[in-house]
Design a protein. Structure first.
Length: 197
């Protein structure tokens, strides 16, 4: 069985591979992540898995706060019931048919209300173009999304519903900019689709 240390080392290598962690030497944390991983390893080896998990979670949370926000998955979908549980659909829609999009954001910030409850929130800018890139419709803050959380949850999804009433048959591309409302981070993704009679 792989040790906690080898698992965490692999996790950090993945972060480096996507450009999230330039080097441990540049870490902004007040304590050395490598030392905290050793601490977590020692805790699990001494029979304290709960304490080890807390240390592990704090290391991951530090990197989460520092990495640029990005979209891990975005697709047209149906039957969305939770994180990773949905049916992907072919991006062909009838005229006036609503579009439902499943989105997995990563690296977003967390906010807290006056009552202490945690939430994640985004404003979504939207731009519809034809396949040559000419803008047909554009609106900032076309949607606003607010997700209540029980803690610093990382595996969350967004369900966006878009109604493009009156859009004529043809091929188009929807461009989305997710603007995190709890940090300065933002990211974007695009989805091509077709409208038919």
């Amino acid at each position: 069985m792989r040790s906690l240390r080898s698992f965490l080392a692999s996790f950090l290598l993945v972060l480096c591979a996507i450009g999230a962690v330039p080097s441990l030497a540049n870490a902004q944390s007040t304590s050395d992540p490598a030392e905290r991983l050793k601490e977590a390893d020692a805790l699990i080896n001494s029979g304290q898995p709960k304490a080890a998990y807390a240390v592990l979670n704090s290391v991951v949370d530090d990197y989460w706060q520092r990495i640029p926000m990005f979209v891990q998955k975005a697709t047209f979908a149906t039957n969305i019931t939770g994180y990773g549980t949905y049916s992907e659909r072919v991006p062909i829609f009838k005229v006036n048919e609503p579009q439902i999009i499943y989105v997995e954001p990563v690296g977003f910030g967390y906010g807290a209300r006056d009552d202490g409850k945690i939430f994640a929130a985004w404003a979504v800018d939207y731009n519809l173009t034809d396949t040559q890139g000419a803008s047909l419709f554009q609106r900032n803050e076309f949607l606003k999304v607010n997700v209540p959380l029980g803690m610093h949850n990382r595996e969350i999804h967004l369900t966006l519903t878009i109604n493009l009433t009156g859009l004529q048959p043809g091929n188009y591309i929807s461009h989305y900019v997710l603007k995190d409302q709890n940090s300065e981070k933002q990211t974007q993704f695009s989805l091509p689709f077709e409208v038919t009679e």
